[in-house]
Structure formats: C-alpha cells, structure tokens
Design a binder for this molecule. Sequence first.
Ligand code: BGC
Length: 801
Amino acid sequence: MTDVTDSAWLVEETGFGPEGFDRARANYHETIFTVGNGRLGTRGSLEEGHLGQLSGTFLGGVYDGHEVPVIDLVNVPDWLDTAVYVDGVRLDVDTCTVVEHRRVLDLRDGVLTRSTLFEDADGRRTRLETERCASMADRRICALRLTVTPENHDGQIVVETGIDGDRRNLEALPVYPAGTVFDVRTRWEKWALAKHMEQTARSAADTLYLQMRTLDTGVELGFLASTTFATPPVHRAAQQRSERVTERTVHGGAPVRMEKLVAICTSRDPDASGPLPDRCRSALAEQEGFGSAGFDGAGFGSAGFDGAGFDGAGFDGVVAASRAVWEQLWDACACEVVGDERFTRALRFGLYHLLITANPDDPTVNIGAKSLSGEGYRGHVFWDTEIFMLPFFILTQPDTARALLRYRHHTLDGARANSREYGTGGARYAWESADTGREECPQFTPDGANRFWTREEEVHVSADVAYGIFRYVEATGDTAFLHDYGAEVLFETSRFWVDRVAASPAGGYELRQVMGPDEFHSHIDNNAFTNRLAQWHLTRTVALYDELRDRHPDVLAAVATTIGLKPDERDRWQAVAEGIVGPRTVAGVIEQFTGYFDRDDIPITEWDDNDMPRYPKGYHHFNCETTKLLKQPDVVMLNYLLPDEFSAEVKKANFEYYEKRTLHKSSLSPSIHAIIGMEVGDTTRAVQYFERSVLVDLADNQGNTAEGMHIASAGGTWQILVNGFGGLRVLGGRLSFTPWLPGDWQGIRFRLRWRGRPVHVSVDHGHVELLLGGDAGGTEGVLVGGREVTLTAGEPVRVAR
Ligand code: BGC
C-alpha cells in the first residue's frame, strides 16, 4: 500500500456517504489517474466499470481508420475487466451504495491504489481494494491486485476477470441543439462509435488469451492474462464469448486476494518476431516467475506454463522492478517549489504524465495531443511535441527526446507524400500526424459546420521539427543523430520551403496563404512566426550542409545519395533564407502578418473565474478573422523561441501589445505568456498564467480534462519552472540563468542534463546554487544573471543573485 507520508507525490480522490463516488467527475478522474509506461496508457476507470465511464487503454502507434473519416488511436482491449459479486449482487457504483471511496495515485512509482466500501440493498458491506500499474521495467506488462473483504457478512464471493476486446472509439456526437446537457450516465452513448478491431484468436484455459487485429492497419494485438489467488477458489470456470475471455472463480472464504498479470505484445513492436501468443507467454515468464510468492502455488496461472514454476515476486515484484526505473526517471527530472506542496505536486503530476506517454525504446511513435490518456484529438501528433514537450525530454531524458525525433525520420516518407500532394517537393510534416506521417487533420468540425484551415495552412510545423532537432543536438552534442537521421529530415524540409515560397513583387520571397500558431487567422501572408522560423531553419541547414561538406564529406555524400541532393540546392536554401521578407515593425512591435495592424481592435473586457479572458460579446472561435484578437501567442512565441535575436525592449513592446489581445483559447498558450511575462517584468500576469498552466488538468480549468490530459501544457509548465522562474535560456550555446521568484516562495529546485552531465539548480531569494555532475574534472561555463561562472564537476557553486 502506498506510503502516504509525502503528499506532494500523491494525487487523491476521496468521497464518503451517498455521493462517495462523484459520478459527475468520474471521467475527469479517469484521465488524471491514467497509469502507463510510455508504450501504453490505461485510463483510471473503475475495474468493474460504471454507467457513464469513458474507459480505455491506448498503445502508442496503434491507429486505425476503418470506416471513419479521420484515423483514430485505437481503444484496445481492456486488460482490467474485473467484476466482483457478493451473493450474486454485483459490486459496482450503479448497484450498491458507496459508503467510502478513495483512490491515490503515487507519482513516484505510478501505482494507482483504490479502496471502495460498498453496501448492497440487504446491508452487506464489502470492501474492494485494488492496486494497478503498467510496468516501466518491462513495457509489455500490466498488473492488478485485488482484495475483497466482507465487513459484516459471510456471503459468497465470486470474481470474474478477463480481457475484453469488444471496444469502440468515440466517433462523432450527433448534432443536438446548442447547450444540450446529457445525463452523465448516458452522455457517451449518444456518440456514433467506431469499431477498429476484430478477433483473430482466443483461448481460455489455465490462462486467458485474446488476440485482436485492427481492421484497416492490420496490427495484431495479443493480450495474455494469468491470475493467482492467495487461497485457492472452490470452483473455477473459464468463459469465452466473441471478443472476450474471462474466468469466473467462486470463493469459499474471505478475504479474497487475486493478482492478475497481463502481457501485451503487438505485431508492430520494434523487435517483433515469433508468434504473438509465444511472445506474450515469454513476457509473463520473464516476470521473475509470476504466480505465487506468498500464495503457495495456489494459482491457476502457472498451469498453462507446464508447471514451469512461476514462483517469483508476483505483483510486488512487478512494482519493485518498475519502481527502480521510476526512481531513475525522477532522479533525472526532480523538481520542487520549495515549501509549496500544491505547486510541487501539480508540477510532478504533469511530469508523471509526460513520463508515462513517451517511449524511449520505440522510435516509430510520438506523443498525441492528449497523450495516451484519452481519445481527444484521436491521438494525433502536433507541433506540441517539438515546441512544448521536447524541451523537457531534451534537458532531462535525452534518450526519449532522440526517440521522439526519430519518429520524424521514421515518418519522412509520409511527409514527402504530403508535400507532393500540395505541389511542392521535399518533405512537409503533417499538421496532424499518426502512424505514417501522412496528413490526418480533419477539414471540418465534427458537426460539419465549420471549416478548419490548419491542415492546409499551418505549415510552420516543418520548421518546428527542425527547431527541435537543432535544440536537441545543441543540448546533447549527439552529432550521430544529426548524421544518421537529422540531416536527411532537415534537407528534405528545406526543399519544401524553397518550393513553398513565392517571389515577392518587391523582391525576395514571401510565404502566402498560411496560418501561424494563432489559429484565429487563416489565409494570411507572411506570418512573422512562420517566416522567421522557416528562415532560421534554412539558415541553420545551410550551416549544417557546410559543416558536413567540410568535416564529414562521407556523411554528406551518403545523405545526398539517399535523397538525390543536387549541388546547387544548398545555394537555393541560402538564397531563400536571405530573401524571406521580414515583418513590418512599428515602435518595436512586430506585425503578426501582413495587414494585421489594420484589423479591428476589439477590447477584451471580461475574465473568467480562472482569471483568463472571455471572448468579447458576439465573438467565437470562427469569427475572429477580421479582428486583432489572438487565440494564442504568435509573435510572443517567436520572441521566446529565438531568445538571442530580440532585444529586451522588443520583447517588452510585443508582450505588452499582444498580451492585451490574446484570449488563450489553447491550453498551450498561458505557459509562453508566463515565461515572457517574467522576462519583461509583468510578473503579476506571469504568475497568473503559471497557475492557469500548472493546474490545467488537476483543477480541470479548461473543463475538458475528461477527454484526456493537456499534455503539451504539462511540457509548457515545466518550461515555466525552468525557463520562467529559473530564467534559463541557451545563449550562444551556453546555459544562462536569470531567475525570478514570487515574494512568497522560498525557492525552486530542478535538475537538467546538459551535454551528458547532470546539472542541479537551486534558487532562493538570495542565491543560485549550481552543481555539475558527471566525471570528475569536467567543467562547464554558464551565465548567472549575466555573469560568467565556471562549474566544475562535483563542486557546488553558490552565486548571489
Ligand atoms: C492549438 C494548437 C495545438 C492543438 C493540439 C489547438 O487548440 O491551437 O496549437 O497544436 O490544439 O494541442
């Protein structure tokens, strides 16, 4: 059971009495209590389900588009699938009264613990306790432990547990009058549902095996479950029906204690070889002999394995191995607002969700906009990865950052095909990417009423990918990545830009018909963000080309052969980089796009309970085109991404101008305003934006956490800690810290990894303390408040602020 002594690591749900289970917030809890391991995520639904549940397990990279207009991240078989009966009465929140209900997610090891006391109509009280986790040590393994304890009766206990493959994805909500409110018990039933899997194999003997195949993409998914009981059941029957396998055990005494271990293997796993059932079996067998410790071999699990003696550590063993990996993960990214438990927990909560959604071992997957915690955005990958989440991984978990960037290389063919479709060459990354890299962005809102232009016009994503690659290499020194994968991506995407630009009548090049990060304005020309990032991308790529030509001609030759690069292409990249038109600037304010300054200035006059702007009366997402209102930062974002290219005065002028006009209708938005707000001295607003960002999911302040985590916001929040309060910028290739702390904070602490060495940072009101780790003798020159400081490995340095 979870050690509850350090509540800054614990996220809790507690309820007593008739409302012990808060049904209205159940879907929210399902999201925040997602357990996962980077390869898969399982929402925090009750094991036995409830009316109105939105349950799901999602495996990175498993998509399917069968008979749906937009490809989905598949809601794969449910490995929890467990129900308990007491004298024939099902223990669930729909049948029984909930006397007490408590769940705790321990962020340290990703174990979700539950204790629910049910009372049935005859007054029988039974406590149901569970613990579950997805192993970080072996990403194929999930584990559940269940204990059933009668409190005032000796009724007969029956447990049913199995694998349920009869799953659907939400497809579309039919059009109902605006403002229609659905009962929480039935709200998801109104949706059209999409079926993405069919059963290909099933067996229910001593172990339970279910194999499903995705209908269009043909991915085989194998789920093998093995259970053990502390005391042997008096009766056991395996049950099979279409797309579901279960076992039913009848118990002669109480308490009943079950451990269930599930191995999940798929035909798309990077190292896949051999029949899936065999792979699942060996995955279970590798769990140090699951099946019995303390259980006296009472389980059924081992029989299917020819009595091979799975007498190992069971559930506790899985958790112990997983915890050891978690310890390493946390060691690399430990962070804290000293003395403030609420913010510390919220920061760690965001990092927990980042850690359970990124897989360093699979370079063919990436992170969807709602992570693996829900179906929102159908699991599609956006610029959110490179701009919002990647900085966290680059600076704390560089192997994961590398894998995330390798996904862009893996999907390069898809990006090439996207570019061809739009009449350009090279590679153009999809605004919404899934398994192949082809563009998956829908053109209309689900009700068909409004057209989105992001698919066609939000082309900045290709420059964002380039940005991520260069930042990764700068922080890690991983030139091998650049040579093996990065250069090809950068050259191909540079080819896209030179075809995408148009000659300007005034000379130079323009980028017309685009949309910047601010999605209120479509069909615009010369978006300051897009033009500048495309230019930066081309300039850096030319420099890379020259470096390879001069120092690694063999690497250049290999890439050139692969992509048929011609000698004059480099000069064309340079010509376009030098010729891209710059934005109009008035009194330091950079015009967001050509003609922006002429649009209607509609004041923002109302703020919501979170102190965030409301749409001015009469305005909504689809009619802000003619105004200066912004959905999210665009120029301010640019100021942040290229810190050494804009003066302090320019940053201040742009923040002051655009902040008044930004509605923050994306959860990505507040983090950027928090960071730049601190830099330019608007610390009051900055702290408000921090609170909005750090609590976005825990406080559900967007109102839609039920559909999945705002995972980019978690990455943005980490950047507020490190780049905002910590004041970190990389200037001229060096770490530079100019911290700022709110008066009522004692301090902050965080850890980074820079060029292979850990850097521990601690800030209070008087000092910055830095400790460089790694091999003795290593040094690193950094800036603190603009002053040069040399760090030597193992020697803490304390600098007055
Ligand atoms: C934002 C985009 C973001 C997407 C997915 C949209 O609302 O405007 O910037 O990429 O959500 O998170």
